[in-house]
Design a binder for this molecule. Structure first.
Ligand SMILES: Cc1cc2nc3c(=O)[nH]c(=O)nc-3n(C[C@H](O)[C@H](O)[C@H](O)COP(=O)(O)OP(=O)(O)OC[C@H]3O[C@@H](n4cnc5c(N)ncnc54)[C@H](O)[C@@H]3O)c2cc1C
Length: 375
């Protein structure tokens, strides 16, 4: 990743706090619309979901209790091919986007039944615009022969896919630099001062930068920053442990919620959901559970070597849905946070940027106000 540190004060259209996937996606969209952008990032020691995630561009089941979120996920999946093409054109980086559908493999009949009912409800909420199939074990193995005898079945959606999240992150940073973005990446922003009628001043260690608009896209850091701008971001960490195997010949055609084969041949196995504060470590217990589940799904994995495991922190709101909000007290200040920053990346570079710029968008964001959470 290429990084530039600027110490000089200045003035830009938009200051973005946070250089993870969310902040960099917004920045890319803004730069492509001709805006000047500075991104402030805490640096390599920071907690970054963007470097530890599973890489799914996933639709099935997302937003089961929030049709607006389900719509947003579908829209983003549809916008992804254009974003991947644009990043490749700008940087030459192929982010390995594959959207040929995805399976959610169920090990128990009850789980399969519950998922079938959930997806049927979601299809009704989406006026039918929600293709999926429920596959029994035999049908699932026909689609994916590597699945083992010990599965109950799977749900299938042609809307799902995956990509290489590290290549995406690199492409976003490279495109940011190519389009003239300015990155200050060595310390956390602690103070943002609204300037009456004149935007905002971001302060850090003697450096001051004026911006007409400021966007909080600092992941878990949003919680502490938001109150300075009359905003509310009640996000909490949730740890996911992920394992990766040695490289294998391609044998998995479709990503699932728990297992996917990467473009390089490694198989990524995920992931736990743990409430352990800011601990990014790994545990033998969770690694064992993740591996055992993956082996039940794909027995061939029993003979395969794991080469790495890591923990990373999800950025979770109390209901799991995003917060997209402009400050009522300080118009021009926004908070943007979500726990599916890969899936929603294409919405973030497109329609969400239109919203930040006060233009009409094809999406309704009212459901994502933080006013739904008590102060
Ligand atoms: C195990 C795991 C699996 C996942 N799998 C998927 C998946 O398959 N598909 C999907 O769509 N999503 C997935 N996600 C979620 C996805 O990774 C996140 O939604 C996304 O990375 C969030 O990006 P972010 O930019 O909001 O946060 P982060 O990546 O955490 O970045 C926040 C940035 O803000 C900076 N920052 C924080 N505070 C400050 C401050 N005060 N000043 C300056 N900078 C600051 C930090 O330096 C950091 O770089 C997964 C997450 C995890 C943990």
């Amino acid at each position: 990743m290429s990084v530039r540190n600027h110490d000089t004060p200045g003035e830009v259209d938009v200051a973005i706090i946070g250089g993870g996937l969310v902040g960099m996606s917004l920045a890319y969209g803004l730069l492509r619309r001709g805006k000047t952008v500075t991104v402030f990032d805490e640096g390599d020691q920071a907690l970054r979901a963007s470097r530890g995630n599973f890489g799914l561009v996933w639709v099935q089941g997302k937003g089961d209790t929030c049709p607006d979120y389900a719509r947003l996920s579908r829209l983003s999946a549809r916008l992804w091919p254009a974003l991947a093409a644009s990043l490749q054109q700008d940087t030459g980086i192929d982010i390995e986007l594959r959207q040929q559908g995805g399976l959610y493999v169920c090990l128990e009949q009850d789980t399969l039944q519950q998922r079938a009912e959930m997806l049927t409800r979601m299809q009704q909420d989406a006026d039918g615009d929600y293709p999926f199939e429920v596959l029994n074990a035999g049908q699932a193995r026909e689609k994916e022969p590597a699945l083992g005898p010990d599965i109950a079945g799977a749900t299938w959606s042609p809307m799902d896919g995956h990509l290489n999240p590290l290549l995406l992150f690199r492409a976003l940073h490279q495109a940011f630099e190519l389009h003239g973005g300015n990155l200050i990446n060595d310390q956390p922003v602690t103070r943002i001062l609204p300037q009456p009628g004149a935007g905002f001043e971001v302060q850090l260690n003697g450096t001051r930068l004026r911006a007409a608009k400021v966007v909080l896209a600092a992941g878990l850091g949003n919680k502490a920053l938001a109150p300075q701008l009359g905003l509310h971001a009640p996000v909490e960490p949730n740890r996911g442990q992920v394992l990766i195997t040695e490289r294998l010949k391609p044998f998995i055609s479709y990503p699932t919620g728990h297992v996917r084969q990467t473009g390089e041949g490694t198989v990524q196995l995920g992931d736990s959901k743990e409430d352990v504060g800011l601990d990014t470590g790994t545990t033998a217990e969770e690694i064992g559970k993740i591996a055992a589940r993956a082996i039940r799904m794909y027995p061939i994995l029993e003979k395969v070597r794991l080469i790495r495991a890591w923990g990373a922190l999800r950025v979770m709101t109390p209901d799991g849905y995003p917060i997209y909000q402009q400050s009522a007290q300080y118009p021009g200040a926004y908070v943007v946070t979500c726990h599916s920053g890969v899936t929603l990346g294409a919405v973030h570079t497109g329609p969400l940027v239109d919203w930040l710029l006060g233009k009409d968008t094809e999406i309704s964001l009212e459901a994502f106000s933080a006013n739904r959470f008590p102060l």
